[in-house]
Design a protein around this ligand. Structure first.
Ligand code: SF4
Length: 590
């Protein structure tokens, strides 16, 4: 039995009728833990087959887990929905204060359906839900300003989160994101556009409940153990000191840093945009998600003079990490820290996914170079590697969509290349724009077969660097390794742990932590639950039309040499076929 009955509360909100109800679902939380596990089941239940991502019936699901608020780094919220970018599983994770606020408000999950007739935002304060008029906020492009205005108007007591969209979400850019607090996001796969389609500008959640645990002294002992490991671990120190930008130099040195639309995997002058350089010259402060002692979120202070006032400066605080430096830096040929920060700031304000934006703009640059598009399409812009000002103007046009070309770019790189040509260098896997790793076949296979087509699904780039570089694995063995990692990650994203702490939350620690929340599960049982969650996601994907056989491996992946072992398409197809058969056989058996 769960030690906190409130965890099984699912808050259902109907935006069309402006009603809400609370449903108790211990069946879901006992069987699938929380987070991704519960959200995947709710998605299967709540999203009717073949629903358009912009149909009011497409649910927005937020779910947290049994360790949320009780253990360090159990700080993430899982969002699930049908993705406007891929047309199947939409899943995105964010930290900030969102998870702890939802849990202390008394919920394990929130399901939002329907669509409002006029712009609104929702304010959830414990068991009270209010629908607030957001007509004055609609049209406000800058998601940071939206947060600031709501913060001043909402007097909610307790721990609070403000999840909101900017201009990109309102304009249904398929990869619009949702900003939570100021520097965290549900970044990938277009949750912001689903908000926009419902005329939902923001969701505010505030909570004050305590979280009960079983056996306080055992809990306290384990808590201290985990806390000390988080503070003392050299891996976590790495995340705190330089953050993920520490990856820039090693990846560049090995030749795995996608540059200029992956025409090369080595960026000249990368030292200037390394984690070390950002930390030395630009770092302003570090912040942390709620209930995390690590503080891996690096914020730069961008100091710029006002026009015509040489001795007066404005300072803008801009969050940066490895993926942003890759997508809005090397992928676009920009090797200047302040130019990257300016572009990040624009993308952040519009609340649009940085990785998708960078890949889309990189494709557009090459497409223009190759004559596939001209000034008519680009509305007069000439894309040029390294030209931040042009890319910034293009981001604004992707949001405002002044012509068909930008409306197509707003649907993602796959849609753009289908319409204008250049599929060979359109870098999407499973229709999701590629993350910043060209380390070998396992990375690209991981993006392809991962349920979200994300680098966080199964970390194939680690398999490339730690295993394949030293030892040959058959295509089937690569498939088995990727599946093993992704299945365990389902457990972590259901309890819901920040993946940076995956080395600390070993199966043994997870078992003991879950015991304090009322679960009695062996490692084998946890892995079986992970497998069921993974299959539930694939059940949804297949139901919505995803086919392994349709997975496209862009030619560019094979043209740019990999630093570990070569990418060989027939062998990679064998891995995809292996995973396809593995998934289908188990789904049929269920
Ligand atoms: S390590 Fe970073 S991302 Fe993870 S919970 Fe802590 S602050 Fe958030």
């Amino acid at each position: 039995m769960l030690s906190d009955e409130r965890l099984s509360n699912v808050l259902h909100i109907d935006l069309t009728r402006k009603r809400w109800r609370i449903e108790q679902r211990p069946d879901l939380f006992e069987k699938y833990l929380g987070g991704a596990g519960v959200a995947a089941q709710l998605l299967l239940e709540e999203c009717p087959p073949d629903t358009s991502p912009y149909d009011p019936n497409n649910p927005i699901i937020f779910a947290v887990g049994p360790l949320t608020g009780a253990f360090p780094l159990a700080s993430k919220t899982v969002a699930m929905f049908k993705s406007p970018l891929t047309g199947n599983l939409g899943e995105s994770h964010a930290g900030g204060r969102s998870a702890v606020a939802i849990r202390t408000a008394g919920y394990g999950a929130i399901v939002i359906k329907g669509a409002s007739a006029t712009p609104i935002y929702i304010s959830i304060n414990g068991s009270k839900v209010q629908f607030r008029d957001a007509r004055t906020l609609w049209g406000m492009q800058n998601a940071m300003t939206v947060g600031r205005v709501i913060r001043e108007n909402e007097q909610s007591p307790g721990l609070r989160t403000i999840m909101r969209i900017g201009g990109a979400g309102e304009k249904l850019v398929s990869y619009a994101s949702v900003t939570t607090e100021t520097y965290r996001h549900f970044g990938r796969l277009g949750l912001g556009a689903v908000f926009g389609s419902k005329l939902l500008k923001a969701v505010v959640v505030a909570g004050r409940h305590r979280i009960p645990v079983s056996n306080r002294s055992t809990y306290r002992k384990l808590y201290d153990e985990v806390f000390k490991a988080c503070v003392n671990s050299p891996v976590m120190k790495k995340y705190r000191d330089l953050g993920t930008p520490e990856n820039v130099l090693p990846l560049n040195t090995m030749g795995g840093l996608p540059t200029r639309n992956l025409q090369t995997a080595h960026m000249p002058g990368a030292e200037a945009i390394s984690g070390e350089s950002f930390a030395e010259y630009n770092l302003g402060r570090r912040i942390a998600c709620a209930h995390c002692p690590v503080s891996c979120i690096h914020i730069a202070a961008l100091r710029e003079p006002y026009e015509d006032e040489p001795y007066f400066y404005k300072t803008t605080m801009v969050g940066y990490d490895y993926e942003l430096i890759y997508a809005l830096g090397t992928m676009l040929g920009i090797a200047d820290r302040e130019e990257i920060l300016r572009l990040i700031d624009t993308v952040e304000a519009e609340a649009i996914d940085a990785m998708s934006t960078g890949v889309v703009l990189a494709w557009a640059t090459e497409a223009q170079e190759k004559g596939l598009i001209g000034a008519d399409e680009t509305d007069g812009l000439t894309f040029e590697w390294g030209n931040r000002a042009v890319y910034e103007a293009a981001v604004r046009k992707i949001v405002s969509q002044p012509n068909e070309f930008y409306s197509t770019l707003a649907k993602g790189v796959e849609a753009a290349a289908q319409r204008y040509g250049g599929l060979d260098f359109a870098l999407a896997l499973g229709k999701n724009e590629m993350p910043g790793y060209h380390t070998g076949p396992a990375a690209q296979l991981g993006f392809s077969i991962g349920a979200r087509h994300s680098h966080l699904d199964n970390a194939g780039y680690t398999l490339d660097q730690k295993v394949l570089v030293n030892r040959h694995l058959s295509p089937e063995e690569i498939g088995q390794e990727l599946l093993k990692e992704e299945i365990w990650r389902q457990v972590l994203s259901s309890i819901v742990i920040c993946f940076f702490a995956r080395g600390i939350y070993t199966p043994e620690v997870v078992q003991r932590a879950l015991a304090s929340a009322g679960y009695d599960l062996s490692t084998e049982q946890l892995i079986a639950i992970g497998e069921q969650i993974f299959l539930a996601k694939y059940q949804f994907k297949l139901r919505e039309g995803f086919r392994f056989d349709d997975l496209r491996l862009p030619k560019r992946l094979f043209e740019t040499p990999s630093p570990t072992v070569p990418l060989i398409e027939p062998e990679m197809r064998q891995t995809i076929d292996y995973v396809r058969d593995w998934v289908q056989e188990r789904i049929t058996r269920q």
